[in-house]
Design a protein around this ligand. Structure first.
Ligand code: ADP
Ligand code: MG
Length: 508
């Protein structure tokens, strides 16, 4: 019985996969024609065949734009997939990643009566008792929507509520995504290096966390505390009485939304100072505290003239370990002083580049990254650009890209973009200088080294103690290797589509 049930489930997931594949084929977003000349002949033939089914929308825009457009209507899992893929400029190239990152997550709101019912059920009290004023939705996305409300004690708040039934939808589509990952791994051996199953699991996992508002509340509280310490950015207070698994209540932000172009013209706004604050806030979070708001686009930012900046939406929180922060300090310092051997050593020391590579050849490659970047005017320099060039070149040396670094780089791109739109001639390095200088001095000082050494020694001792207990060396999970060409992904997509068509043919 159970087998029969799971087979029907799988069939349903498979049908949804076919439908998703069909949507991508219609937009020529599965194996885009732009890739024809680099495809192996077999794949090219298949791509040509699939393109026979493409529709009018296939002619509009670049591949990343077409993919973004076709993922938007496919629901939260597809949107998340697009967002995660868009962080991988190292695999797909910058243009594709940027186009894909413009993917919109906006849907018509669900009715306020449903929202009220959710609040009552989750908070266990009549809405009027908690929120005497409960307004219409102010924003609606694929997972949740936000309402403005007033609490019984008069506090103005924003109430974010998950869409009714969204958990079921996500579970269903997650099964489809995991199936896609499994099929890719099974059918296309070269794609296994990309660990498509692990990749799908990552997407599913991050969605699961976003489906628990208590988790987001904790992220909001943690970041608010950190931001308060530095003073460059603020976050609304969490109203814990209004937090449950499906409901999040935050203090209402009385600022001007940065998503509104009119905000830039607001009287009394010191745009340059806001841009400075944004850059410093972000860098201090990441480099000093190792915790950062990883979704700092205009839609999540408000300004308060003259130069205050307030962030909302704590669904994605990035974290950098002390080791990673040290590594970043080493490479940035190395680049700034043009000491490429030092930058190379930082990569080998951190174990990011396998030991069998030649440090001198690696240093030469790093010089190729650094020299052109530092030959430019300061205002044209960009830290995210430096990091993305670095990622490109390190891929040649089998560098295993760490997800937290990818998230950092992606957030840097966003933050720098916002800063430049606030103040087009913004000198990012000048803005970053006080934070970066302090951090490098701290990370690279002899005291820091001594402290680190002590921590290393303690860690080694603990590991030995554990070994004595368990009678063997601790198991070390292999790092996933995330460097591979976009081609492999596309070949994977093609194979899935091909297999799907064959199966559909055979089944029907
Ligand atoms: N505390 C708040 N004060 C004012 N507006 C808010 C607040 N929280 C959210 N919003 C509004 O609701 C929108 C959606 O909330 P957000 O947390 O960004 O959800 P999503 O994860 O769907 O982007 C925000 O872009 C903002 O306009
Ligand atoms: Mg948002």
């Amino acid at each position: 019985m159970r087998g029969g049930f799971s087979r029907t489930m799988d069939l349903a997931a498979f049908m949804r996969l076919l439908a998703a594949g069909w949507t991508l084929i219609r937009a020529d977003a599965l194996i885009p024609r732009e890739l024809d000349e680099v495809l192996p002949p077999g794949v090219r033939t298949l791509a040509g065949f699939l393109r026979l089914f493409s529709g009018r929308q296939a002619r509009l825009g670049r591949p990343g734009e077409r993919l973004a457009r076709s993922l938007e209507p496919l629901g939260p899992v597809a949107i998340k997939l697009g967002q995660v893929l868009s962080t991988r400029a190292d695999i797909f190239g910058t243009v594709f990643a940027t186009d894909l990152s413009r993917l919109k997550d906006a849907l018509p709101p669900f009715p306020t009566t449903l929202a009220r019912a959710e609040v009552e059920r989750e908070l266990g009290k009549p809405v009027d008792e908690i929120f005497p004023v409960f307004g219409e939705p102010v924003a609606a996305a694929s997972l949740a929507q936000a309402h403005r409300a007033t609490m019984a004690d008069g506090r103005e708040v924003a109430v974010k509520i998950l869409r009714p039934g969204i958990e079921r939808r996500v579970a269903r589509d997650s099964a489809t995504l995991l199936m896609a990952g499994g099929l890719i791994a099974a059918l296309i051996p070269p794609a296994r290096r990309l660990e498509p199953v692990a990749f799908a699991e990552t997407v599913v996992r991050s969605l699961q966390l976003e489906l628990d508002m208590r988790f987001e509340a904790a992220g909001a509280a943690e970041l608010a505390e950190i931001m308060n310490r530095d003073g460059w950015m603020r976050a609304p207070q969490v109203i814990w009485d209004g937090v449950a698994k499906r409901v999040l209540t935050l203090e209402w932000v009385d600022g001007l939304p940065l998503s509104d172009p009119a905000t830039l013209e607001a009287t009394g706004l010191d745009r340059k100072a806001v841009a400075d604050n944004l850059i410093r806030a972000f860098l201090a979070q990441a480099l000093d505290h190792g915790v950062f708001h990883a979704d700092l686009h205009e839609g999540n930012l408000f300004v308060v003239p003259p130069s205050g900046i307030v962030a909302v939406d704590f669904g994605i929180v990035g974290r950098l370990s002390p080791e990673t922060r040290r590594y970043l300090a080493e490479i940035l310092y190395g680049f700034l002083t043009r000491d490429y051997a030092r930058v190379a050593r930082a990569h080998f020391d951190a174990g990011y580049v396998p030991a069998h590579h030649d440090p001198d050849a690696f240093a030469q490659a790093l010089r190729a990254v650094g020299e052109p970047v530092f030959g430019r005017a300061a205002s044209e320099l960009s830290m995210s650009r430096l990091l993305s060039l670095l990622f490109e070149i390190t891929a040649l040396f089998d560098m295993r890209l760490r997800p937290e670094l990818v998230l950092l780089q992606k957030t840097m791109v966003t933050v720098e973009g916002v800063a430049r739109r606030l103040w087009p001639d913004h000198d990012l390095w000048a803005a970053a200088d006080p934070v970066v200088r302090r951090w490098i001095a701290r990370e690279l000082s002899p005291v820091a080294r001594a402290k680190d050494f002590a921590e290393e020694a303690l860690r080694a001792l603990r590991a030995i103690a554990r070994m004595a207990e368990t009678g063997g060396p601790p198991a070390v999970a292999p790092e996933p290797d995330r460097t591979a060409s976009g081609l492999t992904w596309l070949a994977a997509g093609a194979a899935i589509a091909g297999a799907a068509f064959l199966l559909a043919w055979w089944a029907g």
